[in-house]
Design a protein around this ligand. Structure first.
Ligand code: FAD
Length: 311
C-alpha cells in the first residue's frame, strides 16, 4: 500500500490497486481508455517516489527518464507525488549575462531562485506581462546558470526586449522544462546525427555536450547551417570540442543543410537524429532522413514555431 499525493490531496491505495483505480475510487477523473498499458492515454508523471518498472513498459526512453508512467499499470509499493503530464514548474530567474555570440544571436544566462531539474535540449517558456515565448536550454545541469541563445527578430517582443531592453539583474519568471528532444544514454554506441540552422544550435549545443559528458561512444555528426558565415556561432568552441573528442564530427556550413548532410552520407539506418530550429527545415530533415533509413522512433525534433498571433 502507498500514499498518492495528487492535485493537493492524499489518497491511500488498497492492496493490489492501481494508481488509476485508486484515483477513480476517490472521485478523481483521469483520462484513460484500454486499462491494459497499450493506449497510453492514462499517462501521468511522478515528481517524487519510484515508479514500478511494469508501469513504464512500452514508453519511450525519454519519457521513462522523466518518470512518466501508465496509471493503469502502476501498483506502487512506495509513496508517489503525481502530476498530469506537461505540468511544469514556474520559477523566478534573474539575468546574469547578456553577450553576443554573433551579430544577431545573444547568449542569455539566467540564475534561477531554486534549481531547475532539466535535460539539455529541453525548453522553458519565458514569461513577461502578456507575453510567453519558448527558448531551448543550451547549458548542462552542472553549470551554474541556465543558458539560452536568442535570435533577434525584427519587431519581436521577447527577443527585442532581451536584445535591447534587458539588463543584468532584471528578474522575470520561466516555466518548464518541456520537450523530449534530449540525449538518453541507453545505447551509447548508437551513432547520432544533430542538425539545425540558426539558433537551432542552442538545444544541439546542450545535447552534444551532454552526450559526450555521459560517455557516448558512437559517432556524433553535428551540422550547423546559416545563410551567411556571420550566422554561424560558437564555431571555435565546437571545433575545440571536436578536437578533444575524436568521435565528434562538426560541420558548420552556409550551403543548404539537408543537401550537405545527404552528400556526406546517403543511408542513415540505425542512426538517431536530433533536428531543431526553423519549422520548414525540421520538417524536411525528419522526412528525408526517414526516407534515408532513419527509424521514426529514433528521430527527436523541436521546431521553433512562432507564437500564435504574433504576426
Ligand atoms: C520549442 C521552441 C523552442 C524555441 N527555442 C528558441 C531558441 O532557442 N532560440 C530562439 O531564438 N528562438 C527560439 N524559439 C522561438 C521563440 O519562442 C520566439 O518565437 C522568437 O524568439 C520570436 O519571439 P518574439 O516575441 O521576439 O517575436 P514576436 O513578437 O512573437 O514576433 C514578431 C514578428 O516576427 C515574426 N516572427 C516570429 N518568429 C519568427 C522567426 N523565427 N522568423 C521570422 N519571423 C518571425 C512574427 O510572425 C511577427 O511578425 C523557440 C520556439 C519554440 C516553439
Amino acid at each position: 500500500m502507498a500514499t498518492l499525493h495528487y492535485s493537493g490531496s492524499r489518497y491511500e491505495t488498497a492492496a493490489g490497486e492501481t494508481v488509476l483505480e485508486c484515483l477513480e475510487r476517490h472521485g478523481q477523473t483521469v483520462a484513460h481508455s484500454c486499462r491494459s498499458g497499450i493506449c497510453q492515454s492514462c499517462l501521468l508523471r511522478a515528481v517524487e517516489g519510484t515508479v514500478p518498472a511494469a508501469a513504464q513498459q512500452g514508453l519511450r526512453e525519454n519519457r521513462k527518464q522523466q518518470c512518466y508512467f501508465l496509471a493503469c499499470m502502476a501498483r506502487p509499493d512506495n509513496d508517489l507525488r503525481i502530476e498530469l503530464p506537461g505540468e511544469a514548474v514556474r520559477l523566478g530567474v534573474t539575468v546574469a549575462e547578456l553577450s553576443r555570440l554573433s551579430e544577431t544571436v545573444l547568449r542569455v544566462r539566467l540564475m534561477s531562485d531554486r534549481p531547475l531539474v532539466y535535460r539539455p535540449g529541453q525548453y522553458v517558456t519565458f514569461l513577461r506581462p502578456g507575453l510567453a515565448r519558448s527558448y531551448s536550454i543550451a547549458s548542462l545541469p552542472d553549470e551554474p546558470a541556465l543558458e539560452f541563445h536568442v535570435r533577434q527578430i525584427a519587431g519581436g517582443r521577447m527577443s527585442g526586449w532581451l536584445h535591447a531592453g534587458a539588463g543584468i539583474g532584471d528578474a522575470f519568471e520561466v516555466q518548464g522544462p518541456q520537450g523530449e528532444c534530449f540525449y538518453t544514454a541507453e545505447r551509447k554506441e548508437q551513432p547520432l546525427l544533430l542538425a539545425g540552422a540558426g539558433t537551432g544550435l542552442a538545444p544541439l549545443y546542450g545535447i552534444v555536450r551532454d552526450a559526450l559528458q555521459q560517455g557516448h561512444t558512437g559517432a556524433i555528426r553535428l551540422y550547423h547551417g546559416a545563410r551567411t558565415a556571420d550566422g554561424l556561432y560558437l564555431v571555435d568552441d565546437l571545433r575545440a570540442l571536436a578536437a578533444q573528442y575524436p568521435q565528434l564530427h562538426y560541420e558548420p556550413t552556409t550551403a543548404p543543410l539537408l543537401e550537405t548532410i545527404l552528400a556526406g552520407q546517403a543511408k542513415w539506418g540505425g542512426w538517431r537524429g536530433y533536428f531543431c530550429g526553423d519549422p520548414a527545415l525540421v520538417g524536411q530533415l525528419k522526412k528525408q532522413l526517414f526516407l534515408a533509413g532513419m527509424a521514426m522512433r529514433d528521430i527527436y525534433a523541436d521546431a521553433f514555431v512562432p507564437a500564435a498571433g504574433s504576426s
